[in-house]
Design a binder for this molecule. Sequence first.
Ligand SMILES: [Zn+2]
Ligand SMILES: [Zn+2]
Length: 270
Amino acid sequence: MSENQQTGLRVSILASGSSGNVTYVESDKTKLLVDCGLSGKKATNLLHQVDRKPEELDAILVTHEHRDHIHGVGVLARRYNLAIYANEKTWKAMEPHLGKLDVGQKHIFDMDRTMTIGDLDVSSFAVSHDAVHPQFYTFHKNNKQFVMLTDTGYVSDRLRGLLKDADAYLIESNHDLGMLRMGRYPWSLKQRILGDKGHLSNEDGALALAELIGDRTKRVYLGHLSKENNLKAIARQTAEDILIRRDTGVGEAFELFDTDPEEPVPLFSV
Ligand SMILES: [Zn+2]
Ligand SMILES: [Zn+2]
C-alpha cells in the first residue's frame, strides 16, 4: 500500500500569505478547499500542480470575509457548482462580494460545530481577528488530525486545549516584530496587526506551537507570512530557536516546513 493510502487524509497548502490563501484537503471520497483568496484561474493552476482538478472538488469552506480568503470563492463555486460553507455572519459579510450563487450552494457551518462532509469530519472554532465572525477548521479522518490556525492575534487557553497534539498543523507566522516596527506601514495598521485581533508574529506563533505540539505531531507548516514584514528564513529561524529552547524535538520528532504565496507545498499524507 502506498503512503498516500494509509491514512486517507491528505493536504496541500496551495498558497499561503497576506496576498492570498488556499488550502486543499482530501480524503478518499471528499475534496475540499479551505478559502480561495486568489483568482479562480490561479487556484485552478495550483490544483493542477498537485494533480488535482477543480471539477473534482465538493466544497469550499470559508474562514472569514477578508479578500485574501474569498477573492476566488464565487467564481470557482459558480464554474464548478461547488457548495460553500461559512457561518451565518460571515455569509452576510461576504455574500455581496461573491456574485450570484444558487441557493443550493449556500451552506451554514456554525462556529464550534462538527460537521461530516462526505467522509471527512470537520470542526470549526473561533479565532481572534478583525473580521465579523472568523472561524478556522480542524479535519479528522481515521484518528488523524490536521489543524489550520492563521488570522488570529491571540491563542487562548481554550484553543490551546482544543487543538493540542494534532498530527499536522498550519500555523500563522505573520510578521517579524522588528520588520513590522521599522517598516513603512502607517501606525494605525501596525497597531491593527499587532493587536489581539490581528495576526500572530513569528514569535507568538512559535510560542503557541510549543504548547500545541505533542507526541502525535509530525508536520508543522508556517503560514500566512506577510509580504512586507517577514521573510521565510526569519520566520523559520525564529520558530526553530523557540522550539529548540522549549525542547520540543523540532527536526526529530516533527518537521518544520515553509509555505509559499505562489507555490503549492507537495500533497502530504497527514
Ligand atoms: Zn484576515
Ligand atoms: Zn488572512
